[in-house]
Design a binder for this molecule. Structure first.
Ligand SMILES: [Zn+2]
Ligand SMILES: [Zn+2]
Length: 326
């Protein structure tokens, strides 16, 4: 049976066509990780080669050695060379550039989200929070995006585990769309859409993977990608104000979640990205920051490209039941 579902937060449409694969485990066609050295002499992100990348902006050390650090991206998506708004007869370009940093997730070349321990996730999240708060004070920042590409199929160009943090001089369309939808819902119903969905999912008890004091982990009802997961922060507070206790809580969640995903899917390519509140607008009480984890398999086919409707062959209910923990 197929079913067309629509996402409340984006309006995106997806066809659930679970008959197109036999079982959820059919996704597991990716080899498990091969042995990789902890430190590689020829890797620019490994300890010992710090001089080969632009000068570091921040690090976290333990026992006199850096564990995680952030450096300017040598090949930035946005730089600060475009200072003027350009108007042509027909087209235009928007003023303002951005600051783009690479966060080296761990000093271990063979580290990855599937084998990082809670302490490593804690250091990783701590530097993200710190860089976010620092970049917020730069010029022309309307939004800060944090994302990670894991493996080449998901857009990673270097093997050493890393993430990216980038300022943008505007509110990106995907964020604007989510906030607009949440605002309309709030105006019509007087309740935060994220809160409403979390309450609903608790009652349904089909798509929640885990819930802790400050976070809910779930397989979204209209997941665009097979095995997609979202982690929602439950309260009305900005990402940059996350407490140390909450960083610890989130570290435990990421450690457990990725271990369970590895057992279910093997070593799979994925994107992980944060959706946070725009910098210069007052914190709204109708939007909660959250993290998307979207496994990548295959590319958009003709159907998806031409219609804008995705096809997902694994139901989120099956994903939640495979990954759930108490
Ligand atoms: Zn390395
Ligand atoms: Zn989102």
């Amino acid at each position: 049976m197929t079913q067309i579902r629509q996402d409340l937060f984006t309006g995106n449409m997806v066809i659930m066509a679970s008959g197109r694969v036999r079982r959820p485990s059919d996704f597991r066609n990716i080899e498990k990780k091969k042995d990789v050295l902890e430190i590689r002499e020829d890797c620019v992100f490994c300890p010992g080669n710090e001089e080969e990348v632009p000068a570091e902006v921040e690090r976290i050390e333990r026992e006199g050695l850096w564990r995680v650090r952030s450096v300017p991206n040598k090949y930035p998506i946005l730089d600060n060379n475009c200072k003027d708004e350009c108007m042509y007869d027909l087209h235009s370009c928007i003023k303002g550039g951005g600051f783009h940093e690479v966060v080296i997730d761990t000093y271990r070349h063979n580290g990855n989200f599937f084998n990082m321990d809670i302490q490593e996730f804690f250091d990783y999240l701590s530097i993200l929070e710190s860089r976010y708060n620092s970049l917020k004070n730069k010029e022309n920042v309307e939004y800060i995006t944090i994302f990670k590409n894991y493996l080449r199929e998901a857009g990673a160009s270097l093997e050493h585990p890393h993430s990216q943090i980038l300022t943008i001089p505007l509110i990106p369309p995907n964020i604007a769309k989510e906030i607009d939808k949440a605002k309309i819902f709030f105006d019509e119903n007087g309740i935060c859409l994220h809160k409403y969905v979390m309450d609903y999912e608790r009652r349904m008890d089909k798509r929640i993977i885990h819930e802790s004091g400050s976070f809910m982990v779930m397989a979204p009802y209209a997941s665009l990608y097979s095995n997609e997961v979202v982690i929602i922060y439950k309260y009305d507070k900005r990402f940059e104000n996350i407490s140390i206790d909450e960083i610890e809580e989130l570290s435990m969640i990421l450690n457990k979640l990725f271990t369970r995903m590895y057992n279910f899917l093997g070593d799979f390519p994925f994107n992980m990205y944060f959706h946070t509140d725009p910098i210069n607008i007052e914190k709204s009480n109708f939007y909660r920051w959250h993290i998307h984890i979207t496994p990548k398999k295959g590319t958009m086919g003709g159907f998806e490209t031409s219609t804008g409707i995705c096809v997902n062959s694994i139901r989120p209910e099956e994903v939640a039941s495979a990954l759930r923990w108490l």
